[in-house]
Every structure is written in structure tokens, then in C-alpha cells.
Design a protein around this ligand. Structure first.
Ligand SMILES: [Zn+2]
Length: 143
């Protein structure tokens, strides 16, 4: 399995995305929620892969939530970059990652597909993410 790496602009949030999907075949999703539109979100995920976010200075991580509150939008407080969405799920978690923070971003050339999820209730949303997002780990390094 290949490992796609990346980070926010200042390097506080690092990502390691293990996936067998070739970067050139990835089709980012442009969620049309009020938050993602403001960020021109283009998310990639792989249910068969794994995403690890490693935060070097957790005190400078904003785990923003809104709406149904099921998801943490991981934003670096130092450089302002939105790194990805993270959904804790009992002992597990699922995430996607913004294509733009991956070092391989230039290879992900497909235009993002707009997706509308506003009609989902919380359980529908969690069920879809378990199926479509990527099993994930959030590592917050201590000083
Ligand atoms: Zn940063």
C-alpha cells in the first residue's frame, strides 16, 4: 500500500494516508455544506485505507464542530489550513483528507464532484461515513 503524505502550511498538522488508490484516479468530493463551501473543500478518502493525522502542537489545533456535531473539522490555528474532517465513532474513527494538503495534490487532477448531504439525519450521516470515509487515527503529540 502506498503512503500519501502531506501537511498544513506550517507543518503543525501532518497527514499520512495509506491507500491503494492511484492518485490520478481519485475523484475529490466537494461537500456543499455551509462550512465546506467557504473552504472550497475537495475531500478524498478510501474505505480500504487508513488516515493518520499527527498534530505536533495540539494546543494550536482547532477541532471545529457545528450542525449535528458529529464531526470535527481539523483546522490549524497557526496557519489556518483546513486539513480534513474527523468523526469519532466509539473506539473507532473515520476521516477524509483535503486533497490540497497532500504532497501528491498535483496528481489528483479530477475536478471535485459537488455532493449535497443536508437532508441526512445524524444516523444516516454516520452510516454513510462508516462506509465511505477512511478509518482514521488522530495522534496528538505531547510536549
Ligand atoms: Zn498549520
Amino acid at each position: 500500500m502506498q503512503i500519501l503524505t502531506g501537511s498544513c502550511h506550517c507543518g503543525n498538522i501532518g497527514v499520512s494516508f495509506a491507500t491503494d488508490l492511484p492518485s490520478a484516479d481519485m475523484v475529490p468530493r466537494a461537500c456543499q455544506c455551509s462550512f465546506c463551501r467557504l473552504h472550497s473543500s475537495a475531500a478524498v478518502s478510501d474505505p480500504a485505507g487508513h488516515i493518520t493525522f499527527t498534530v505536533h502542537e495540539p494546543e494550536h489545533l482547532n477541532r471545529y464542530t457545528f450542525g449535528l456535531g458529529s464531526t470535527e473539522f481539523l483546522i490549524c490555528q497557526t496557519c489556518g489550513v483546513y486539513a480534513g474532517a474527523f468523526m469519532p465513532d466509539g473506539e473507532n474513527a473515520y476521516a477524509n483528507v483535503m486533497a490540497g494538503i497532500l504532497d501528491a495534490r498535483a496528481e489528483i487532477s479530477s475536478p471535485p464532484i459537488p455532493v449535497h448531504r443536508a437532508q441526512e439525519n445524524l444516523e444516516e450521516r454516520r452510516t454513510r461515513r462508516r462506509a465511505m470515509w477512511t478509518p482514521a487515527t488522530l495522534v496528538q503529540e505531547s510536549r
